[in-house]
Design a protein around this ligand. Structure first.
Ligand SMILES: NC(=O)C1=CN([C@@H]2O[C@H](COP(=O)(O)OP(=O)(O)OC[C@H]3O[C@@H](n4cnc5c(N)ncnc54)[C@H](OP(=O)(O)O)[C@@H]3O)[C@@H](O)[C@H]2O)C=CC1
Ligand SMILES: Nc1c(N[C@@H]2O[C@H](COP(=O)(O)O)[C@@H](O)[C@H]2O)[nH]c(=O)[nH]c1=O
Length: 636
C-alpha cells in the first residue's frame, strides 16, 4: 500500500527529479533524511524527551512509508514505516535520522527493515551513546544491506544541511552523551531596554500571549524547568506546560536558604511534580513541610548549577529549561551548563537603574570577552522578537568517542560497566529492556481468567492500583491507563489519580503492589525468550534500577533506595541476595551498597541481623511482612 504525502510527495515525484544526476540524487536523499528528522521531532512536547527517531522508506522518487517514535516504550519508527509500506518496501531504501538504538537483546528496528526486504539504509548520524554506536550499522551490513552514513559514505553541501537537521533534532542526546549533563536551554523575556522585571520586581507580563504560548511548548519539550528561590517568592509561578499536550516537566526550585513561602503554586503537585534542590541541612522543618505536601527535597553539599545538572543527568533527564532570573543564570552560564538561549524581546521600555537584567555578574570587563552565540535565528512572534542561538556548538561525537566494541579492542582492560552491578533505567540504556517502560506488550489473565493485553508492564502496574474498586471513576481510570499511548502517559495518569483521588486506590494496594509487579515481570520475561536470556546473562551481577528518586522500586541516589524492581528481576532469575539491617534497610544493592556487600563479614560483628532468601514465595512473603509501611509517602 503506497503512502500519500501531500506536499512532500508532490515535490519528490516531480518529473525533473526522475532524471537524477549524482547531485540531484544527493539532494533527493538529503530531502528524505530531512523528512525523517522532521517527523522524528513530532513527538517533542507530547511525551518526555527521548531520542528522536524518524524513518522514511522510499523507492525511487516515491515515499512508500514513514513512522516516528512517539515515546519511550512505543513501537519503533522503522516498524511503523515498514507496516505502512507493506510489500512496496521490497528493494527500497530506508532513511533514518539516527542509527537505531534497540534495547539490548531486542532488535525490532533492524529486524523489521530486514524482514520487509529493504535493501539499503541511509543514516543521518551514528548513535551518540557509546554502547549503541555502530552496532546497528554492523548488524545491517552483516545481513547484506548497504548502509550509507551522511558525512561518511555520502558527502556534499546538501548532505551537510540534512546532517544539521539530524544534529538539531537530537541535540539533547548529543550534549548528554558528550558532556554528561542534560541539554540546557536558558529562556527569558526582556524589554527593549534589557530588563526582565521592573525595579519593584514585578514582571507579569513582559512578553505577549503568543510568546508565552511558545514558552509552554518549550516547557513541554523539557524534562524539567528550573527557577531560583527569589522567582518563587516574587512571582509564585506555576511553570506548567499549558499548550494542550500531555507531557508536563518536573519543576525544580534551587534555593540555598530555603526561605520560601509555606503556600505556593509549586507546592501543588497534582499538576506536575516539584523538586526543591537545597543546601545540605537547610531548614529541616521546612523540608518536612514540603515533603508532607509531596514535594521532593534533594540536598546538595554545595548548591550550584553544575551539581544540580549532574543530578538531573543521573535522573535520566535529556533536556532542561532554565526560567530563572539573572542571579542564577550567571553562575549557570559561568559553569558551562547552558547550551542554548531563547530571548524573547518585547518592544517596551521600563527603565529603572535597579531593574534586573537577564544575566547577573559574569566578571567580564571588556567587550572582547562577550560570549558570541552560534547559529543565531530571529523570529517574530506577535509583537515580540525571539532571538535564539547556541552558546556551545552541538557536539559531533563520531570522530571523538569510539564505540564500546572499538574501546575494548583498543584496550581490553576497559569494561564499560562494573561487572558486579548492572544499572538500568531509561529504555535506551544498556539493559534498558529491564525498564518497565520497554516496548514489550503483555498478555495476561485478569481476575476473571480472561486474557487481556497491556502495552507495557507500566500500563499493567498503574492500572492495578484501581482494579476491583467499585466506582465508575476507578473503572474509567483503568480504561484510560490501558489505552494510554505510552508508558509515560500511563504512569502520569496512574500517579495523578492516586494523588488526587486516593479513595479510588484499592485498599490492599500497599500489600499487593509487589505481587502485581512480580506477576507482570514474570509474564514479560516468559513471553520474550530474548529478554529471558538477557536476564540470565546477568547472573553474578546485582541488578539495580538506577532511579535516584524512586526509593521504593529504584536504587536511590546513594544506594539508599530499596530497589525492589532490581530485586524482583533477580528473583525472577532465581538469584536473591538480600541482607537487612534491623530497620529492614537492604544492605546489598545500590552504588554504595556494593561496598557494603564487601563489608558484610564485618556487618556480622556489628549490631545487624541479615537474611538470605532463596525461594520465590519466601521472598514475596518476607517483603509483604516486613515492608508494607516503608516510605508510605512515596507514590510509586
Ligand atoms: N522576565 C523573565 O523572563 C523572568 C523574570 N524574573 C524576575 O526576576 C526576578 C528574580 O530574579 P533572580 O533573583 O535573579 O532570580 P532567581 O530567584 O530565579 O535566582 C536567584 C535565586 O536562586 C537561588 N540560588 C540557588 N543556588 C544559587 C547559586 N549557586 N547562585 C545564585 N543563586 C542561587 C537563590 O535562592 P534563595 O535566595 O532562596 O537561596 C537565589 O536567590 C523577579 O523579579 C522575577 O519576576 C524571573 C525569571 C524570568
Ligand atoms: N515575566 C515573564 C516570564 N517569566 C517567567 O515565567 C514564570 C511564570 O510562569 P507561569 O506561572 O507558569 O505563567 C515566571 O516565574 C518566570 O520564570 N516569562 C515569559 O515568557 N514572559 C514574561 O513576561
Amino acid at each position: 500500500m503506497a503512502f500519500s504525502f501531500a506536499a512532500a510527495t508532490t515535490t519528490l515525484t516531480s518529473p525533473i527529479l526522475c532524471k537524477t544526476t549524482a547531485n540531484q540524487h544527493h539532494s533527493l536523499e538529503a530531502q528524505y533524511i530531512k523528512r525523517a528528522a522532521e517527523i522524528a521531532d513530532k513527538s517533542s512536547g507530547f511525551t518526555s524527551p527521548h531520542p528522536n527517531f524518524g524513518c522514511v522508506i522510499a523507492k525511487g522518487n516515491n515515499i512508500v512509508g514513514e513512522g516516528y517514535l512517539y515515546a519511550q516504550g512505543t513501537k519503533c519508527a522503522e516498524l511503523q514505516a515498514v507496516e505502512a509500506g507493506g510489500e512496496l518496501c521490497r528493494g527500497s531504501t530506508a532513511y533514518l535520522n539516527l542509527e537505531p538504538g534497540d534495547c539490548y537483546g531486542d532488535e525490532t528496528a533492524i529486524s523489521s527493515l530486514i524482514k520487509a526486504g529493504v535493501s539499503r539504509v541511509v543514516l543521518g548520524i551514528r548513535h551518540p551513546l557509546q554502547h549503541l554506536r555502530g552496532k546497528a550499522i554492523r548488524s545491517l551490513r552483516s545481513e547484506g544491506l548497504q548502509v550509507d552514513v551522511l558525512g561518511e559514505e555520502l558527502q556534499s553541501e546538501t548532505v551537510q544541511e540534512a546532517l544539521k537537521s539530524c544534529f538539531v533534532v537530537n541535540a539533547p542526546l548529543l550534549y548528554r552523551a558528550a558532556s554528561r549533563v542534560p541539554f540546557s536551554v536558558l529562556k527569558y523575556a526582556m524589554t527593549l531596554d534589557g530588563k526582565i522585571a521592573a525595579s519593584s520586581g514585578h514582571a507579569s507580563w513582559i512578553s505577549s500571549r503568543q510568546s508565552r504560548n511558545r514558552v509552554f511548548e518549550l516547557r513541554g519539550r523539557s524534562d524539567a524547568v528550573i527557577v531560583g528561590g527569589n522567582t518563587v517568592r516574587r512571582d509564585n509561578p506555576r511553570l506548567t506546560a499549558r499548550h494542550g499536550a500531555g507531557h508536563m516537566p518536573v519543576r525544580i526550585v534551587m534555593s540555598q536558604a530555603l526561605n520560601l513561602p509555606e503556600v505556593a503554586n509549586l507546592w501543588d503537585v497534582s499538576e506536575a511534580r516539584t523538586i526543591v534542590a537545597t543546601q545540605r541541612g537547610a531548614r529541616k522543618s521546612f523540608q518536612k513541610l514540603l515533603a508532607s505536601k509531596g514535594v521532593e527535597v534533594v540536598e546538595f553539599d554545595i548548591l550550584n548549577p553544575r551539581d544540580v545538572m549532574e543530578y538531573c543527568y543521573d535522573r535520566g533527564y535529556l533536556s532542561i529549561l532554565w526560567e530563572c532570573g539573572g542571579a542564577l543564570t550567571a553562575p549557570a552560564i559561568a559553569s558551562g551548563v547552558i547550551h542554548q538561549i531563547f530571548a524573547f524581546v518585547a518592544p517596551k521600555i521600563i527603565g529603572g537603574a535597579n531593574a534586573p537584567s537577564p544575566v547577573g555578574e559574569l566578571g567580564m570587563v571588556e567587550m572582547s570577552q562577550a560570549l558570541n552565540l552560534i547559529d543565531v535565528s530571529f523570529e517574530q512572534i506577535g509583537p515580540d522578537m525571539l532571538i535564539s542561538g547556541y552558546l556551545q556548538p552541538i557536539p559531533d561525537l563520531t570522530p571523538i568517542i569510539p564505540s564500546a566494541d572499538e574501546t575494548s579492542a583498543i584496550d581490553p582492560s576497559v569494561t564499560l560497566y562494573d561487572a558486579n552491578i548492572i544499572l538500568f533505567y531509561k529504555t535506551w540504556d544498556p539493559y534498558g529492556a529491564f525498564s518497565n517502560f520497554s516496548p514489550h506488550p503483555l498478555r495476561i489473565s485478569d481476575e476473571n481468567g480472561d486474557y487481556v493485553t497491556w502495552p507495557t508492564v507500566e500500563h499493567y502496574y498503574q492500572a492495578h492500583k484501581f482494579i476491583g474498586v467499585d466506582d465508575p471513576l476507578a473503572r474509567d481510570c483503568v480504561n484510560q491507563i490501558k489505552c494510554a499511548k505510552s508508558p509515560e502517559e500511563a504512569a502520569r495518569v496512574g500517579r495523578t489519580m492516586q494523588l488526587q483521588h486516593p479513595h479510588l486506590v484499592r485498599l490492599d494496594w500497599e500489600t499487593v503492589k509487589i505481587d502485581v509487579m512480580y506477576r507482570a515481570l514474570k509474564c514479560k520475561f516468559s513471553i520474550y525468550p530474548h529478554l529471558n536470556s538477557m536476564l540470565l546473562s546477568t547472573a553474578g551481577s546485582i541488578l539495580v534500577e538506577a532511579s535516584p528518586h524512586d526509593l521504593f522500586w529504584g536504587g536511590g541516589r546513594e544506594g539508599e533506595g530499596l530497589n525492589y524492581l532490581g530485586r524482583l528481576l533477580m528473583q525472577l532469575s532465581k538469584r536473591v541476595i538480600v541482607a537487612w539491617d534491623k530497620e529492614c534497610k537492604p544492605y546489598v544493592e545500590g552504588r554504595r551498597g556494593i561496598r557494603r556487600l564487601e563489608e558484610m563479614s564485618l556487618a556480622m560483628h556489628m549490631n545487624l541481623s541479615w537474611h538470605f532468601l532463596t525461594g520465590e514465595d519466601d521472598f514475596c512473603n518476607y517483603m509483604r511482612d516486613k515492608m508494607p509501611n516503608t516510605y508510605p509517602e512515596m507514590v510509586t
